[in-house]
Design a protein around this ligand. Sequence first.
Ligand code: NAG
Ligand code: NAG
Ligand code: NAG
Ligand code: NAG
Ligand code: NAG
Ligand code: NAG
Ligand code: NAG
Ligand code: NAG
Ligand code: NAG
Ligand code: NAG
Ligand code: NAG
Ligand code: NAG
Length: 505
Amino acid sequence: MKCLILFSGFWTVWCEDVGCFWHITDTHVDQNYSRTGNVQNLCHEDRNRLQSKANNVSDNGLYGNYLCDSPQYLINATVLSMKYIQSTPDFIIWTGDNLPHTEDFDPGWDITFEAIRNTTLLLTSTFPNVPILPSIGNHDSFPPNILPADNAASNIYKGYLEKGRWKDLINESEWTTFVQGGYYSHLVKPGLRIISLNTILWYEPNNLTAKLTDPGNQFQWLDGILKNSSKFSEKVYIIGHVPPGFYNRGLPGQKCGPTFHLPHLESYLNILHKYSPVISGQLYGHLHVDMFQVYQYNTGVFKGSSLLASSVTPWHSNKNDNVSIPVNPSVRLIHYSRTDARLLEFDQYYLNLTKANNITKMPEEKTNVYELLYSFAKFYGVPDLSTESLVQVYEILKRNKTVFDSFFTFLSAGERTVDCDSACKVTQICSVSCSSSQEYDMCFKSSDYNCSTTPNPPPHTSKDSVIIYVSICFVTVAIILLLLIVVRKFWISSGRSEYSRFTSI
Ligand SMILES: *[C@@H]1O[C@H](CO)[C@@H](O)[C@H](O)[C@H]1NC(C)=O
Ligand SMILES: *[C@@H]1O[C@H](CO)[C@@H](O)[C@H](O)[C@H]1NC(C)=O
Ligand SMILES: *[C@@H]1O[C@H](CO)[C@@H](O)[C@H](O)[C@H]1NC(C)=O
Ligand SMILES: *[C@@H]1O[C@H](CO)[C@@H](O)[C@H](O)[C@H]1NC(C)=O
Ligand SMILES: *[C@@H]1O[C@H](CO)[C@@H](O)[C@H](O)[C@H]1NC(C)=O
Ligand SMILES: *[C@@H]1O[C@H](CO)[C@@H](O)[C@H](O)[C@H]1NC(C)=O
Ligand SMILES: *[C@@H]1O[C@H](CO)[C@@H](O)[C@H](O)[C@H]1NC(C)=O
Ligand SMILES: *[C@@H]1O[C@H](CO)[C@@H](O)[C@H](O)[C@H]1NC(C)=O
Ligand SMILES: *[C@@H]1O[C@H](CO)[C@@H](O)[C@H](O)[C@H]1NC(C)=O
Ligand SMILES: *[C@@H]1O[C@H](CO)[C@@H](O)[C@H](O)[C@H]1NC(C)=O
Ligand SMILES: *[C@@H]1O[C@H](CO)[C@@H](O)[C@H](O)[C@H]1NC(C)=O
Ligand SMILES: *[C@@H]1O[C@H](CO)[C@@H](O)[C@H](O)[C@H]1NC(C)=O
């Protein structure tokens, strides 16, 4: 409970009921991780033992390695740490990518569902009675990155429910849309709805849906559910694996690719814009880095925002012709207002992988191995995580080098290996603030990261502020009139005729 004393004519105590939830994403657990495996091949034991010897491996680490995906030990330690830090969150969001980045094996659907089931059971047994809301990632399918939008799809989605045990998480009443397209919505409590999207249907590498206008009818459904939420005055958090917009890990000074097929990006941004007053938060994963986005929806005014959580896996590609940075494993505790669903703060927890792997003694079970890296609103000095506050942070990042430097360290959960020069900064800032392709192109041409395709409107001319202004004037005049009538009655009854000139009003 957070209380404020307000003075608004009367002294009043206004209390905000604050709740919290966990965001865990991109676990990428790899059952074939080996402490003595080949670090050039995701820490897998080479099939050829001689090759393994030549590699001369000492130890890839108990908790994992920056060139490899997560060992099961890391996932267990992460979930136990979450429980240690906050065992009774209101709910947990789990935004996908549970399989490793393998190219040499063909795990197949059975292994895929087994890996997902393992994490489902780990989460439900560690957090009994806490609602857990999952989303599908591009590494939750076989082969990775693609999901069909035809009749074959519903058997796949049934697989998540049955074999992945998501039927323990998703309410039976929500299975209809899940079986149809891998998406669902869940009313967490009256007034707060979570919409879990299947972003893989729009994902750029998904060649099975590239030519479809509305794969899985997800746009139509999303529009309908948001229309209903507006009608019933609900607030909504949208959760999903892949965020809209453009990547931020690219070659310095060069543009990165879009995350979605461009027509799908456009349709999605249009819906987000249309219902922006209802959407109190957007929460995604996929990029493996700690980022946020502010959206202008091609209007020249910031009207929405998202928070992107960094990964549990420390993996990064070791191709040197590419800007790819290692990250520390991390999870995030988000604080929100139970009163009006405003996102208030997040605490970023991380595991210092180098430090954790350096311990000689096997640690006791059930202890917390994670540390607090920073708390966003507190660090940047903003009141909450609203779009206005995120825009304020974006403005600071543009002009303050010191603060941008911290942002870049947090980006990889404290594992700072490269510096971000001015070309790199353009790539970061444009990815934060420009999500449509017109805006993004504009940003790279501009000298100051400007991606507004329309001029900034002068203040107080938007339709909404005119209505508010007129209403305030009206109410003020009404109050004055009322006071005058009361005063007049008072003076008349007490016979003060010298004020009778007021009777002309
Ligand atoms: C192989 O590892 C051993 C001990 O871990 C070390 O002494 C040796 O120098 C390594 N050889 C090569 C070629 O790296
Ligand atoms: C992780 O936790 C699961 C469930 O508690 C357990 O079955 C498994 O043995 C653990 N694995 C490791 C490597 O600790
Ligand atoms: C682990 O290796 C086995 C044996 O090669 C393979 O069948 C399995 O698919 C691999 N698991 C994953 C998750 O890649
Ligand atoms: C699932 O968990 C079991 C038991 O801990 C383990 O043996 C198996 O390798 C895990 N499967 C995958 C795909 O990670
Ligand atoms: C599932 O949905 C039904 C009907 O909407 C509701 O009564 C029930 O409480 C829900 N169960 C959970 C676990 O949310
Ligand atoms: C889609 O891409 C996959 C590889 O990601 C490939 O195997 C498949 O043939 C492609 N399908 C089509 C229809 O292009
Ligand atoms: C919106 O609400 C109406 C009636 O309350 C319901 O019939 C309809 O299915 C809802 N739409 C969606 C997309 O859930
Ligand atoms: C990074 O490397 C991958 C794989 O080689 C490639 O697909 C991608 O386009 C590269 N990204 C950039 C920004 O160069
Ligand atoms: C590893 O631990 C040793 C002994 O506790 C310590 O001296 C050393 O500085 C540590 N190394 C790193 C990289 O943390
Ligand atoms: C940048 O921000 C830091 C921390 O808020 C502050 O101390 C410093 O004065 C700022 N620098 C500039 C140039 O504004
Ligand atoms: C992580 O631990 C290493 C080795 O102990 C240390 O050098 C580094 O500064 C730590 N990183 C952070 C972000 O604390
Ligand atoms: C961005 O550029 C547009 C078009 O050139 C201009 O109208 C607008 O004022 C600029 N916005 C900012 C914040 O500089």
